[in-house]
Design a protein around this ligand. Structure first.
Ligand code: UD1
Ligand code: MG
Length: 450
């Protein structure tokens, strides 16, 4: 039986940011959301998040029904933060797993191991430690030969000699709650930061064991932007290794970024300078990049995307996009289409084998199949107040530089002459010429200028 508490009330002064530290994003997810996700497989009895600095912002960002928030209105240290739990866990008799909201690379397996060791050894407290090449900034943990913790000292309170100990406190603890609850009210703030340290409680609760984490990267804490950037590198490395081993080709992986939430299939090729964000799915055989941004989009099989930006869209199989196309606002492109250079699609559905090859804007448009949208065709979808729809039937061809003034419906097999501004609906099988007739005046120069 375990309750989880996550410390997320601090401002994070060292981030030098208006945004609370725990809301800074790592791989598309906030630091605190990552910590919450990591504990979910443990199926805790309760998840308590301690909030304080800009608490309403933190609460609405977390926005989960199964998370309870506990307010720490002034931030007087990690021990003070845990003191706020006392009224919420009055009759609780199990273990309390405490995590820092700024330690986002932790793995669930590591927590499972910590809990198991805690329970089989019947410890009063079990803490996670790591040996760091550069322990600067972390609290140091001093153990005897059996891994029993003797003392814990914060970096700022260490002597020069104590600072040489590279065994650090990860900020992850499992306490028998009844023991901790007795000690908490008696914490003192006799230290360099004048704060109530949770670490002071550790050595007062009874038998305390340290569990050393095998991969030190898991416990890296984020206190400043440099540490955030380093954590991002580590996370990207993890994500890319996973996809490389799953059969995805990444060309120049260092220049590519992939959110953890992205799904790729084998035989996808990602070229340099490509960024995949949010709930993006890319199916087998697709070739993405170089120089592309794809966010919250579904890319079907054997699609090519070349130097393009796609957000919130669906691109179906065998379609070619780019270079320099912009698809946004829930556009859906059919199978075997071609979206060429300098084309923007917004909230538009294209039927199969439709081409929009050059210099077009289609907004709020639905086309049939095998439509050819000529170079420079524009849908005038906005009258200054409202957006209107354009509908184009199967096999219709719009001439270069046509303007289709919405709302408008163009039938099947229609031909629109180049340079037309079409303002009225057009029937099937029609040729439309909506431009002024060419006027030719032979010998005009001699007559007017001599
Ligand atoms: C803390 C530990 C240190 C450990 C390190 C690991 C203490 C005293 N020190 O130091 O031993 O090596 O984490 O990363 O615990 N918070 C609150 N309320 C407060 C203060 C902090 O909720 O009043 C939250 C912060 O939002 C943060 C977490 O507690 O998520 C840790 O606080 P932080 O100030 O980053 O502690 P560290 O100096 O990193
Ligand atoms: Mg910290």
């Amino acid at each position: 039986m375990v309750v989880v508490a996550i410390l997320a009330a601090g401002k994070g002064t060292r981030m030098k940011s208006n945004l609370p530290k725990v809301l800074h994003s790592l791989g598309g997810k906030s630091l605190v959301a990552r910590v919450i996700k990591c504990v979910e497989p443990l199926i805790p009895l309760r998840k308590l998040v301690i909030v304080g600095y800009q608490s309403s912002q933190v609460k609405s960002a977390i926005n989960a029904d199964d998370v309870e928030f506990v307010e720490q209105t002034v931030q007087l240290g990690t021990g003070h933060a845990i003191q706020q739990l006392l009224p919420h866990l009055q009759n609780y008799d199990g273990d309390l797993l405490i995590l820092n909201g700024d330690v986002p690379l932790l793995r669930t397996e590591t927590l499972k191991n910590l809990l198991e060791i805690h329970q089989t050894n019947q410890n009063a407290c079990t803490i996670l430690t790591a040996k760091l090449a550069n322990p600067h900034g972390y609290g140091r943990v001093f153990c005897d030969d059996h891994g029993v913790v003797q003392k814990m000292i914060e970096d700022k309170d260490c002597t020069a000699l104590e600072r040489e100990n590279n065994c650090v406190n990860a900020g992850i603890y499992c306490f028998r709650w009844s023991n901790l609850a007795q000690v908490l009210p008696h914490l003192q703030a006799n230290n360099a930061q004048k704060e109530y340290y949770l670490t002071d409680a550790v050595t007062q609760v009874g038998k305390v064991m340290a569990v050393n984490v095998s991969d030190y990267q898991e416990i890296l804490g984020i206190n400043d932007r440099l540490q955030l950037a380093n954590a991002n590198d580590i996370l990207q490395q993890r994500i890319k290794e996973k996809w490389l081993l799953a059969g995805v080709t990444l060309i120049d992986p260092a220049s590519i970024t992939i959110d953890e939430s992205v799904q790729l299939e084998s035989d996808v090729i990602i070229e340099p300078q490509t960024h995949l964000r949010g709930n993006t799915v890319i199916k087998s055989g697709s070739h993405i990049g170089p120089g592309s941004w794809i966010e919250n989009s579904h890319i079907g099989e054997n699609v090519t995307v070349f130097y393009s930006v796609i957000t919130d869209c669906i691109v179906n199989q065998d379609t070619r996009v780019g270079p320099y196309a912009h698809l946004r606002g829930h556009a859906e492109v059919g199978n075997g289409c071609r979206i060429g250079n300098f084309v923007e699609l917004k909230n538009t559905e294209l039927g199969d084998r439709t081409n929009v090859a050059h210099l077009s804007y289609l907004g709020d448009t639905v086309t049939g199949t095998q439509v050819n949208v000529g170079a420079g065709t524009i849908t005038a979808n906005y009258d200054g107040i409202k957006k209107h729809k354009t509908i184009i039937g199967d096999r219709t061809k719009t001439g270069s530089n046509s303007v289709l003034v919405a709302p408008i419906t163009i039938g099947d097999d229609v031909y629109i002459a180049a340079g037309s501004t079409v303002t009225e609906d057009v029937e099937n099988n029609t040729l439309v010429i909506a431009r002024s007739r060419q006027v030719v005046k032979p010998g005009w120069k001699q007559k007017n200028q001599e």
